[in-house]
Design a protein around this ligand. Structure first.
Ligand code: PEP
Ligand code: MG
Length: 894
């Protein structure tokens, strides 16, 4: 029989699938003997069943009942008991942390009866009524669907009538009144009274947590973070401990190291006389954790010791939530903490130096996506921009954009391509859509553990928080900064997530130190700990990886950069650009040539130009392979636009102007070459077979360039790649011609530079007949852009903007298959072609040069299917090196 409920003693940290992250770690801490309030976890499986059938599994009620009784026995009081109530919190907790995206209800068990019991037992009527008003608001909003602002407004009104802005100034009479108001709000809005039966409260709260899995913001967050939609959340029912019992109580969040910079040393926020979400919601400004040292020295000492224990145990940065109830410390949560990309690298090598993890493990602790983030530009000197405020450096990066004060407006402006900075007093989970589209987030309240900071770090979004000098008025859509400057919507500001500085105007950006390191301009010599960490990790990844990494580059400049970034050659040198610009005229002459002579003349004019291009690329990649792809796109791309030219000629004719002879000829050619589906038309190898001499010209240019390089003492390694092959016969014809040209050039020059001849595998039929094609190909390079386009049958140029967002919404795919390889479909074609290609020609060289070559997940797949190398844009080469290393290590483990 399925078990739906686990006591904390029964779980452990490996059960995240079932107990969610929070439940699994509460169980782990319980079993470590740390002070965790007793409780139990309702599994994700129960949630999945609820979501599938619209009702809780039948056995759940009794199981919860049993565990509740055990909890009551342990605590010596019953849930909601009138004279001394046991209260519980009901907290969501999915496998992957989704900060603030789902719901939590505290103080379940309080009622009109038990609130007096709690007042007597605690000796603090204020505390009892404060707890009750919190329950009513949380329950009203979360469980009963009442607009939360109504409670906030009532609370604000109560504070105002007391002439205060601080909730601590409300006394028990005020709070009692507030409870009455809250109950009226509930009745007004729902047509029913707040349920007084504690078990009913509990069951409804559990159901609300289940439901919150499919809440709008949770769905949005999952899509953003690529968390599968069908996992469901667990629910933790925990005996309440109270941080709002007076100034000897409080609640806090902390990290075992700085999650922003990776600096060693604990780090956190504390709020006295507060409960639950107060800290992260930025209700009052928090104290730094160090303040606890003087407020409550024993609790502080114990907390530090527990944090040390947790780090050793988890061998990683942990974040925690804790509560102090009348000087007694309780641990409410821990998990391996989110961190910025820079912190991830630094912490990984610190842990190696502390002997907690190996270098292999350090490589798996960071990701290509994080490395990519570190390669973004930073702010340079502020120049004209004026620094107007200083906040906390919550999530690094350099963001420039127009100020907006609400998330919907941010979405609106960003949709029009306007970069925006979301400016709020504090954010809450409803701001997620705004945070996603904004360049950066600026808040005036809350610390580094506030919602804004945590979510921004998770998304890699720049964030400055707690810039208290800024007075944000979201209703009036303006903010006042020191010196009386008024920021209006639309004003441009720059925020520096690494220093916390806020500037009026645009601050220019400079390249990141990590890029300067890869460029060779900055040494890993101990002067920048981040650069040192990246260096150590990438060097280790290089040592362990099996996959080679090449670059897609078609200029000497790109080739040079790719080489500095660690590319071991060029996997795709597209030759299209060599026919553009001023050379377009020559191509036009080639297309319009009305006989062999005119055509040969056009080709002859192109030859030296192409040859020079190749000389410079081979020189930049001296000693390393360069795969040159013969021309791919349809020829009309090199001619004038059909519509434009038709209009030009048509207008001239209609108005009796003279029509240029040349225009008429070109228009005729454009019409002749026009295709309804150019991507499926006369391109690639088909073009080479149809236009005599075109491929031969390119092969000659390659061969002659190689000879020139060799004669100059270089070591060129050309590889000739034929695009769009679908049948071995196509390749055979081209190969024969190409070999003829190579022989001719060798004979003419007396220098024989061997060149491999191979093909792209980018048409599904090529993948399906790879065994045959390998007879004629010395290498394959998977063109996964076209293979995706043709495998799915959708145009890569059109569909991403037309219906992909709908497909993503519907969960048809979690990420665009042009971004991350569709492993089940297109991946299957790749796998088949690898197997059959190798069966025919065991030493065939196999690579990939579609965009996926630089995508982290796809790199892992290419490692698994046994490709020899991936090829990607120069900037992604370090990312691919790192991911190839990670794939090798994780493959060994798994
Ligand atoms: C491909 O199709 O994956 C490829 C690399 O070629 P292109 O993007 O130039 O079509
Ligand atoms: Mg292609």
């Amino acid at each position: 029989m399925t078990t739906y409920v686990y006591d904390f003693h029964q779980g452990n940290r490996d059960l995240k699938d079932l107990l969610g992250g929070k439940g699994a770690n509460l169980a782990e801490m319980t079993n470590m003997g740390l002070p965790v309030p007793p409780g139990f976890t309702i599994t994700t499986e129960a949630c999945r069943e609820y979501l599938a059938h619209g009702a809780e599994p039948a056995a759940l009620r009794d199981e919860v009942g049993e565990h509740l009784r055990a909890l009551e026995r342990a605590m010596g009081k019953r849930l909601g008991q009138a004279d001394d109530p046991l209260l519980v919190s009901v907290r969501s907790g999915a496998k992957f942390s989704m900060p603030g995206m789902m719901d939590t209800v505290l103080n379940i068990g309080l009622s009109d009866d038990s609130v007096s019991g709690l007042a007597r037992q605690s000796g603090s009527p204020r505390f009892a009524w404060d707890s009750y008003r919190r329950l009513l608001a949380m329950f009203g909003k979360t469980v009963l669907g009442v607009d939360g602002e109504l409670f906030d407004e009532a609370l604000d009104a109560a504070k105002k009538s007391r002439g205060t802005g601080n909730d601590l100034d409300l006394d028990d009479a005020d709070l009692r009144k507030l409870v009455k108001t809250f109950k009226e709000i509930v009745r007004d809005r729902t047509g029913r009274d707040f349920p007084q039966d504690p078990r009913e409260q509990l069951d409804l709260a559990v159901r609300a947590v289940f439901d919150s899995w499919n809440g709008e913001r949770a769905r949005l967050y999952r899509r953003q973070e690529r968390i599968p939609a069908d996992l469901g959340t667990a629910v933790n029912v925990v005996a309440m401990v109270f941080g709002n019992l007076g100034m000897d109580s409080g609640t806090g969040v902390a990290f075992t190291r700085d999650p922003g910079s990776g600096e060693q040393g604990i780090y956190g926020d504390y709020l006295q006389n507060a409960q639950g979400e107060d800290v992260v919601a930025g209700i009052r400004n928090t104290l730094p954790l160090t303040a606890l040292e003087s407020i409550d020295p024993p609790a502080h000492t114990q907390l530090l010791s527990i944090m040390g224990t947790l780090e050793e145990h988890y061998r990683d940065l942990c974040d925690i939530e804790f509560t102090i109830e009348r000087n007694k410390l309780w641990m409410l949560q821990t998990r391996v903490g989110k961190r910025t990309a820079g912190a991830a690298f630094r912490i990984a090598v610190q842990l190696v130096d502390q002997g907690l993890i190996s270098m292999d493990e350090a490589v798996t602790r960071v990701s290509g996506a994080q490395l990519a983030q570190l390669m973004f530009p930073r702010f340079g000197p502020a120049g004209q921009a004026e620094k107007i405020a200083q906040g906390m450096n919550a999530s690094p990066g350099a963001a420039v954009g127009q100020v907006v004060f609400d998330s919907d407006r941010a979405v609106e402006l960003a949709a029009g391509g306007i970069p925006v900075i979301l400016v709020r007093r504090e954010t809450n989970p409803d701001d997620l859509n705004g945070m996603i589209v904004a360049q950066g987030v600026l808040t005036s309240r809350g610390g580094k553990t506030s919602h804004a900071a945590v979510v921004a770090r998770g998304m890699g979004r720049t964030c400055v928080c707690g810039a208290e000098e800024i007075d944000v008025d979201t209703r009036a859509r303006r903010a006042i900064v020191p010196g009386g400057i008024v920021l209006q919507e639309g004003d441009v500001i720059s925020i520096d997530g690494s220093s916390g500085a806020v500037y009026l105007g645009e601050v220019p950006v400079v390249s990141s130190p990590v890029v300067r390191y890869f460029e060779g301009d900055l040494a890993a010599d101990g002067s920048d700990p981040l650069v040192d960490a990246v260096h150590r990790i990438i060097v280790h990844a290089d040592q362990v990886r099996r996959l080679g990494v090449r670059a897609n580059a078609d200029t000497a400049e790109d080739a040079g950069r790719a080489r500095r970034f660690g590319a071991a050659g060029i996997g795709l040198c597209r030759t299209e650009h060599m026919f553009l610009g001023e050379r377009r005229q020559l191509v036009e002459r080639l297309i319009l040539a009305d006989g062999d002579e005119a055509r040969d003349a056009a080709l002859a004019a192109l030859l030296p130009l192409q040859r020079d291009d190749f000389v410079s690329i081979f020189t930049a990649m001296d000693g390393l392979p360069v795969t040159v792809r013969l021309i791919d796109p349809p020829l009309h791309e090199f001619l004038a636009d059909l519509t434009e030219l038709s209009v030009k000629v048509g207008v001239a004719m209609a108005t009796g102007q003279p029509v240029a002879e040349e225009d008429v000829v070109v228009l005729e050619a454009v019409r002749r070459l026009h295709e309804q589906n150019p991507m499926l038309g006369l391109r690639g190898v088909r073009l080479g077979l149809l236009i005599p001499g075109l491929f031969a010209l390119q092969v000659r240019a390659i061969a002659e360039a190689a000879v020139i390089c060799r004669q100059a003492g270089g070591d060129p390694h050309p590889e000739i790649m034929v695009p769009l092959v679908g049948a071995v016969q196509e390749l055979e014809v081209v190969r024969e011609q190409a070999e003829g040209v190579l022989r001719e050039v060798a004979a003419e020059t007396g220098v024989d530079v061997p060149a491999l001849i191979g093909t792209m595998i980018e048409v599904p039929r090529a993948a399906l007949t790879a065994g045959q094609i390998a007879e004629a190909a010395q290498f394959f390079s998977f063109g996964t852009n076209d293979l995706t386009q043709m495998g799915w049958g959708f145009s890569r140029d059109d569909v991403e903007s037309s219906f992909f967002s709908r497909y993503l919404d519907l969960g048809i795919f979690g990420v665009s298959p042009f971004e991350s390889l569709d492993i089940d479909g297109v991946g299957r074609l790749v796998r088949l072609a690898v197997e059959e290609g190798r069966a025919t020609r065991p030493d065939i060289k196999l690579g990939v040069c579609g965009e996926h070559g630089g995508d982290p997940d796809s790199v892992h797949f290419f490692h698994q299917v046994g490709l020899d190398y991936v090829s990607c844009s120069p900037f992604r080469v370090p990312v691919a090196r790192l991911e190839a290393g990670r794939a090798a290590i994780l493959g060994r483990v798994g």
